[in-house]
Structures are given as structure tokens and as C-alpha cells.
Design a protein around this ligand. Sequence first.
Ligand code: ATP
Length: 235
Amino acid sequence: MTRLTIENLSAGYGGFAVLRDLSLDVSPGLTVIVGPNGAGKTTLLKAIAGLIPRGGRLLLDGTPVAPDASTSELVRRGVALVAEGRQLFPQMSVTENLELGGWLVPAAERAYRLKQAFADFPKLAERAAQLAGTMSGGEQQMVAVARAMMCAPTLLMLDEPSLGLAPRMVDELLAIARRIADAGTTVLMVEQNVRKALAVADRAHVLERGRLVAGGPADELARSAVIRQAYLGAP
Ligand code: ATP
């Protein structure tokens, strides 16, 4: 049950700071980050995953992550990111995409993990040989999540898993995130579908212009007047 501690994080692009002095405790369970376009939600996940340079400190279960830790070091420490847009290999089968997700795992264990992935995602088992590029958006998102789980992460980050999906698939993807959190992997998710995300999450934080402006138990936030007006369309 991994806990991520973010202390005074800063990150941006070139000389442009998107996040400044951001501190956040991500407890076990399912945490969602919501906020308007351009607030820095994706930047936050990328900085944690080591995809862009960052300042400040990250600690996993109290142990600091080296400031210059590469993405592969972070994967070894149990951190996985499913980026927006999924980034599957479209000309490869579901099985091949999943196997690539387990690149850091010894071959024998990889076979076991693949079996486990198909047990966890029976819909993918039915389509093991299908080329990823020919699957529906929701199915592709499922492959992307299953691929990230091949490294048995302790912290799984999901960037807008429901983007562009039909309502039923949104529900299915959010239910998958909930199931993964319940099975013991800490999940940190960015989601634009605020109403549905607050309904499945344990905790929620609101990021606006690079700053966290509200946070707490997801059900409390869902009831708060500010959130209801800004994000849930309440009058
Ligand atoms: P969205 O919901 O639209 O994806 P977001 O909250 O995830 O928004 P980010 O993608 O983190 O926001 O972007 C935060 C800011 O950083 C924006 O002003 C954006 O234009 C800028 N930005 C993002 N990626 C880059 C990049 N590669 N180079 C320069 N600026 C960037």
C-alpha cells in the first residue's frame, strides 16, 4: 500500500513554470485530480513519472526518489503512467503490447503476469491476437492500463482514462481504476469527467493554474458548493 509524498514540487517547460511549490500526500486508494484545461494536471503526472525535469522532493513510502531519477528507475520503484492518448503499438497484437509492458520483468515472470492480465481483463483475453490499432477507444485504453499493470506497479497514474469514450466505457474504465486501487495499488488519476470521477474516488484535489486550491474526501468535494458550481454544472 504505497504512499507518495510530494514536497514543494516545481515543473514546467523551458523557462516556463507550470507547477510551483506544490505539496500533496497521495495515500493508498484512489485519488483523483481535477481542474480546468491547462491547469497543469498532465504536467504533474509527467513530473512524477520522471518524463520532465522537476524540483522539490518526491518520497515513496518515506524514501526519497533521486531528483534526476529516470523513468526506468521510477518504473523499477513501482511507478507507472498511462499517458493520455494511450501510446500503444497499433501494428502489434494485444499480447505483444502487454509483453512490451513487462520489459523490465524476467521472462518467466512475464508469462505469469500475462496470464494474470488476461484473467483481470477477460475482454482482452478474447482479443489477444487482435492488432491494438484496430480496437475501439475503450478497448485500447484497457490495453494501456493492462500494459502498465504488467510491471506490477505500486503506484499507477492514469491521465484522463475516459477521454473520448462513450459513457458506458467511461464507467467501465473508472470501475477498473477502482478495482486496481481496491486490490492494493495506489492510483492517482487525472480526470475531466468530474462527476463520475468523484463518485469512484476516495480523495480528490482541484488543480487550478498550477496550484492545488481544494482537496479532501471525494464525497465531501462532490457536495461542496464551489465544486458543484465550477465543475458539476450546478446553479
Ligand atoms: P488538459 O486538461 O488540457 O490536458 P492539463 O491540466 O493537463 O490540461 P498541462 O497539459 O499540464 O495541463 O499543461 C499545463 C500548461 O503547460 C499549459 O499552459 C500548456 O500549454 C503547457 N504545456 C504543456 N505541455 C507543454 C510542452 N511540451 N511544452 C510547452 N508547454 C507545455
